[in-house]
Ligand binder design. Structure first.
Ligand code: AP5
Length: 212
């Protein structure tokens, strides 16, 4: 089954996607990761997106739709997870058209629900590996050696948009633009709401139960 995994910043989309990739061999399509890669490689897209992302705002629908269309076009029959897309109603509408064009279907849109105070804790404490992208948390999932990735030995840092001063803007963008996407999928009969509270394993259990 192909799924959309969405929810507020820090809800655990990346964490759950990593488990689905590892255990169900699904392909993760994370628009956040695609943009961060473009920033790292200083491509024209990356140069355009960097300041927007660092400020916690959303990159334009036009750019995001173009990126996802390209990825969907290149899929080779593997089940996929859309992580972080669609993030606005226009993106959801464009996705519907693209899926039809490429003969693809979304089985479920899974929404991860997490209370605000938990989101705040998760985001401010998150650390990521600059080389392989592995995700940690200073309290709940620390690295064995401070600042060094357990997986690849790369440098583990805080994302610019995880700084206290930016989190408010990200949550505002979520409330204004992404929360309405829930109604969109609900009207299509594709929405399943899942509590993202509890351990990553507990959340994974709830999530995969919806995919059965
Ligand atoms: P993106 O990278 O998609 O950021 P996001 O949606 O804000 O999501 P996050 O990556 O912050 O969180 P997550 O839900 O993946 O949580 P995670 O699993 O890491 O996008 C970044 C930016 O790119 C956007 O702000 C925007 O500018 C741009 N962008 C991307 N897509 C776009 C689009 N479609 N349109 C326009 N602009 C776009 O977990 C967070 C922390 O919590 C970690 O430390 C983790 O260890 C911990 N954690 C996870 N699960 C649990 C648990 N169950 N219990 C306790 N802790 C947990």
């Amino acid at each position: 089954m192909n799924i959309v995994l969405f929810g507020p910043p820090g809800a655990g989309k990346g964490t759950q996607s990593a488990l689905l990739v590892e255990r169900k061999q699904m392909k993760q399509i994370s628009t956040g990761d695609l943009l961060r890669e473009a920033v790292k490689n200083q491509t024209p897209l990356g140069l355009q997106a960097k300041s927007i992302m660092d400020a916690g705002k959303l990159v334009s629908d036009e750019i995001m739709i173009g990126i996802v269309q390209e990825v969907l076009k290149g899929l080779k029959g593997q089940n996929f997870i859309l992580d972080g897309f669609p993030r606005t109603v226009p993106q959801a509408e464009a996705l519907e058209v693209a899926l039809e064009d490429f003969g693809l279907k979304i089985g479920k849109a899974l929404f991860l629900e997490v209370p605000r105070q938990d989101l705040h804790r998760r985001l401010t404490g998150r650390r990521v590996c600059q080389s392989c992208g592995a995700t940690y948390h200073v309290d709940t999932k620390p690295t064995k050696q401070e600042g060094i990735c357990d997986v690849c030995g790369g440098a583990v840092v805080q994302r610019k948009d995880d700084h206290e001063s930016v989190i408010g803007t990200r949550l505002e963008a979520y409330d204004k633009s992404t929360a309405p996407v829930k109604d969109y999928f609900s009207k299509k009969g594709a929405l399943a709401e899942i509590s993202g509270v509890g351990s990553a394993e507990e959340v994974y259990g709830r999530l995969t139960a919806q995919m059965a």
